[in-house]
Design a protein around this ligand. Structure first.
Ligand SMILES: *[C@@H]1O[C@H](CO)[C@@H](O)[C@H](O)[C@H]1NC(C)=O
Ligand SMILES: *[C@@H]1O[C@H](CO)[C@@H](O)[C@H](O)[C@H]1NC(C)=O
Ligand SMILES: *[C@@H]1O[C@H](CO)[C@@H](O)[C@H](O)[C@H]1NC(C)=O
Length: 417
């Protein structure tokens, strides 16, 4: 890959080695891979730059230098993100060509203040860095499918962990639904998206989702809800806890019975703190009250701790006590469409996406119909199953790896009923 950074050659030529470090620092700040308030307080000399700066410098080598810089300054999460990003040729090619376009059209403006310039480059690249995370949707909509039959109901979409309604994949997915279902479609953002999905107690995220759905007059007469990854749990809470008339509930890789291992956080400056807190004790009140994913963590060997402390999932699943409102919400569904990614390495175990889980006190996996939850019919799944309203759809691939063609063939028909 050779994307020549022509615009910057003159700036670099007029600058010093330490200014180059300001550029790298700015990129990390702008992409929010380190806190915007971090001062430049560790100095690194990058000799390659001294030789190279008067010649062609490529975006790729700037990313490599940013990795060196992150490693040297112990920005662990930033380094991880950039490494993942750099390991994807297609992601780099796509993002750098978009960046070059943005510079050519003055949407990213070069500045002789290299820190400032770095910040604007970083802000532009942020969604592409995020795409390096396996929990962020990478969906491409070709845009040339002609609308099929129009659906009856509007659609609300909830994204997954570390994701954001304005990231490229989510924009394209929302456009795809808008075009192909043909009704009002909205990606419902909670807080500021990416950071909030990690840093807010899961029940609060669900409550905010509920308030936004209720406040939107377009949804007042009924809606369909699509939840991606952990957004699948928020989507289910709209039917159970929010009292909204949900017709079709679609979850793509939703951890309905919980996860036995926490996904790694790497694409935000808060990630080092998140990872450290989660490693310490997921069931601590700190984790439950200040972080999202611990709300659906279910350690099969600590079921009692889960029941006692789970901020969210044990309630949603009626495992703590039975709330008949939740059962009614589920039974009012016309269809419950559950997509499981067969090679999912993020949701552990992937069977959780089909309401299966580990048996109590073991790592023995059982399908939905052998779980205690199902036998006790805690949320009314027995009726939904008997009425053939539950649809178990496997998609081959890792977490959220689905194409437009797969969605069109396997899921879209339910949204048009
Ligand atoms: C059941 O859930 C509804 C909706 O979330 C709530 O208003 C109600 O207080 C709950 N009932 C009980 C007994 O917890
Ligand atoms: C799981 O096991 C714990 C004790 O090990 C017990 O207290 C709890 O009731 C069990 N839960 C279920 C759903 O079987
Ligand atoms: C339980 O589900 C599995 C597939 O998940 C199926 O093969 C089996 O027949 C089901 N058992 C009953 C009793 O329905």
């Amino acid at each position: 890959m050779k994307v020549i950074l022509i615009c910057c050659l003159f700036l670099f030529a007029a600058s010093h080695e330490s200014d180059y470090q300001h550029l790298l620092h700015g990129i990390l700040q702008g992409a929010e891979l380190i806190s915007p308030s971090f001062q430049l307080n560790c100095k690194i000399s990058i000799p390659r730059f001294l030789e190279a700066y008067q010649f062609d410098e490529t975006w790729e080598s700037i990313i490599s230098d940013a990795i060196l810089y992150s490693e040297y300054c112990k920005f662990t999460s930033a380094k991880e993100t950039l490494l993942q990003f750099k390991s994807s040729d297609s992601l780099m090619t796509k993002s750098f060509s978009k960046l070059s376009e943005a510079i050519a059209s003055d949407r990213v403006v070069p500045s002789s203040n290299l820190n400032q310039y770095g910040v604007s480059i970083g802000a532009f690249l942020k969604p592409y860095f995020a795409l390096a995370s396996p929990t962020v949707l990478d969906f491409e909509f070709s845009g040339d499918i002609s609308a099929l039959t129009s659906g009856k109901y509007p659609t609300a979409i909830f994204h997954g962990l570390g994701d954001c309604c304005y990231y490229p994949g989510d924009i394209e997915f929302t456009d795809y639904i808008r075009k192909n279902v043909g009704t009002y479609t909205r990606c419902v953002e909670i807080g500021d998206g990416s950071a909030t999905s990690w840093l807010e107690a899961f029940q609060s995220q669900a409550n905010e989702g509920c308030e936004k759905i209720r406040a939107d007059p377009e949804f007042a007469n009924g809606l369909n809800v699509i939840g991606l990854s952990q957004g699948g749990l928020i989507a289910r809470s709209i039917a159970e806890e929010c009292g909204m008339p949900v017709h079709v509930l679609v979850t793509m890789g939703g951890p309905h019975m919980g996860v036995a291992a926490m996904p790694n956080c790497f694409n935000g400056f808060y990630c080092d703190i998140v990872n450290a807190a989660i490693d310490k004790d997921v069931y601590s009140s700190f984790c439950q009250n200040h972080l999202g994913p611990p709300g659906y963590f279910k350690d099969p060997y600590r079921y009692d701790a889960y029941l006692k402390n789970s901020n969210f999932l044990a309630t949603l699943n009626n495992e703590k006590s039975l709330n008949t409102t939740y059962v009614t919400g589920m039974q009012n569904l016309d269809n419950l469409v559950l997509v499981k990614f067969t090679e999912d390495t993020i949701v552990d175990p992937p069977d959780s996406e089909w309401f299966g889980y580990f048996e109590n006190d073991s790592h023995h996996l059982v399908p939905m119909n052998q779980t205690t939850d199902f036998h006790q019919n805690l949320i009314g799944l027995q009726q939904l199953y008997a009425q053939e309203k539950m649809h178990f759809i496997p998609i081959q691939g890792n977490h959220l790896q689905f194409t437009e063609a797969e969605f069109t063939q396997l899921v879209l028909p339910y949204l048009l009923q």
